[in-house]
Design a protein around this ligand. Structure first.
Ligand SMILES: Cc1cc2nc3c(=O)[nH]c(=O)nc-3n(C[C@H](O)[C@H](O)[C@H](O)COP(=O)(O)O)c2cc1C
Length: 194
């Protein structure tokens, strides 16, 4: 009887220990999963703006998302005269000009989500944004385009951006706005599910 009691006690003790270990292992794995799910993405808002519209949209996106703002700047200047300026820009686009970047991101690998903004220039993205895409590896990152225009709408801006963004996970619902219009911008950001 003594032997039976001691065996029973041993069995109960082992069962309790196993339950304790199992419970802790389970708790830990749930914590780990929750930790992964809860981690909010690191967001960058990179943009080029010549006359300020795209910059204003970028600033509004930054305010709502809390991401880091990055202004794309390059070497080169444009004439004061609007007609001459647009003519030079057209020439640059046709020639595939890629101006040297003068602003730099040290830690691009840290970002999960990149909002990338460009004005519509002659139906496409600007050479400055193309230079940005040529210089930074955004493959595997979620890239969310935003484009401002002067009445022509999106035209080839988004498809050209996607073509130059090798391996990027392009957001299928980009922002396209007339000038610095922000009508609907906040809801658009909310619906991105970031
Ligand atoms: C060189 C140049 C070319 C442009 N081409 C177009 C165009 O093809 N279609 C359009 O809708 N707007 C065009 N625009 C207007 C700009 O897309 C619009 O004003 C934009 O909001 C400017 O953005 P920004 O102020 O950030 O530079 C052009 C503007 C410039 C300066």
């Amino acid at each position: 009887m003594k032997k039976f009691k001691s065996a029973l006690l041993k069995t109960i003790t082992m069962a309790c220990c196993s339950l304790f270990v199992l419970h802790n292992a389970k708790a830990q794995s749930i914590e780990e999963v929750e930790g992964t799910e809860m981690k909010s993405p690191k967001i960058l808002i990179a943009y080029y703006s010549y006359s300020g519209n795209t910059e204003q949209v970028a600033q509004a996106i930054q305010k709502q998302t809390g991401g880091d703002l990055f202004k794309i700047t390059t070497e080169g200047t444009y004439p004061e005269d609007y007609h001459q300026m647009t003519t030079q820009a057209k020439k640059e686009i046709l020639q595939g000009y890629r101006p040297k970047l003068t602003s730099k991101i040290d830690n691009i690998a840290d970002y999960d989500v990149i909002f990338l903004g460009s004005p519509n220039w002659w139906g496409t993205i600007t050479p400055q944004v193309s230079s940005f895409l040529q210089n930074y590896d955004l493959s595997g990152k979620k890239v969310i385009p935003f484009v401002t225009h002067g009445g022509g709408g999106q035209q080839n801006t988004i498809t050209d951006m996607a073509a130059q963004c090798k391996g990027c996970l392009m957001e299928p619902n980009p922002w396209t706005g007339y000038g610095n219009s922000m009508s609907g911008l906040s809801d658009w950001i909310d619906n991105l599910g970031l």
